[in-house]
Design a protein around this ligand. Structure first.
Ligand code: SAM
Length: 213
């Protein structure tokens, strides 16, 4: 996400630990305790400005949403929206997906979204793709039994890679769409990048998967 660097963002984020967890504000308290209820927990990795979670939280008030984003300058925009709307079912983590285990306990996550993540097309960058096997292993550790991963992308190469990577990992794949916006799925909630790409006429790919027990 190309965006002007905001030198004030880090401090602004640190001043709002009630909405954004960081490596310095993280606690051992479970997310259910932090949200104050037993509702399912859905996570988006690489959430950007959190627009998708904002729309989802409105549509599904009985689900708790957490967005993980490493860029302060991007995340701060989601935080500013949250401070205006005071949504009780949305929180952010300012951190790297690599450090997921620092922020979640085993089995804590009921669904994980990977939306329009960076494709890292060069073979030598394969390990950075958020569907590389080491990331799948992290997701598996924090997800509850039969919890699903839902992925959307405009990038055919990343999509094909992810199908293979998940399948090789032993995951079960379902509801695969090679053209989401011309499919029968009616309850799609668009992400910020999805809106941009679909306005340009780009095809959107989508999959659902879960770790087979
Ligand atoms: N999911 C949003 C959407 O669909 O509109 C944003 C997509 S944007 C292309 C990808 C975002 O993922 C960027 O803001 C980037 O900083 C973030 N990101 C990429 N790798 C990450 C990682 N390892 N940990 C945390 N955030 C990451």
């Amino acid at each position: 996400m190309r965006l002007r660097h905001k030198p004030w963002a880090k401090q602004f984020i640190e001043e709002h630990p009630e909405y954004v967890m960081t490596s310095s504000s993280k606690t051992k308290t479970s997310w259910k305790e932090l949200f104050g209820n037993d509702n399912p927990i859905y996570v988006e990795v690489g959430t950007g400005k959190g627009k998708f979670l904002d729309n989802m939280s409105q549509e599904y008030p009985n689900i708790n949403f957490i967005g993980i984003e490493k860029s302060e300058s991007v995340l701060v925009m989601g935080l500013q929206r949250l401070l205006k709307d005071h949504k009780s079912n949305v929180r952010f983590i300012n951190g790297d997906v690599l450090d997921l285990l620092d922020f979640f306990q085993p089995g804590e996550v009921d669904r994980l979204f990977i939306n329009f993540t960076d494709p890292w097309p060069k073979k030598r960058h394969e390990k950075r793709r958020l569907t590389y096997k080491s990331f799948l292993s992290l997701y598996e550790q924090i997800m509850s039994d039969n919890a699903e991963i839902h992925m959307k992308t405009d990038n055919q190469g990343l999509f094909e890679y992810s199908l293979e990577s998940m399948s090789r990992y032993g995951m079960t794949l379902k509801n695969i769409s090679l053209d989401l916006h011309n499919s029968e799925k009616e309850d799609n909630i668009m992400t910020e990048y999805e809106e941009k790409f679909s306005q340009k006429g780009q095809r959107i790919f989508r999959l659902e998967s879960y770790f087979s027990s």
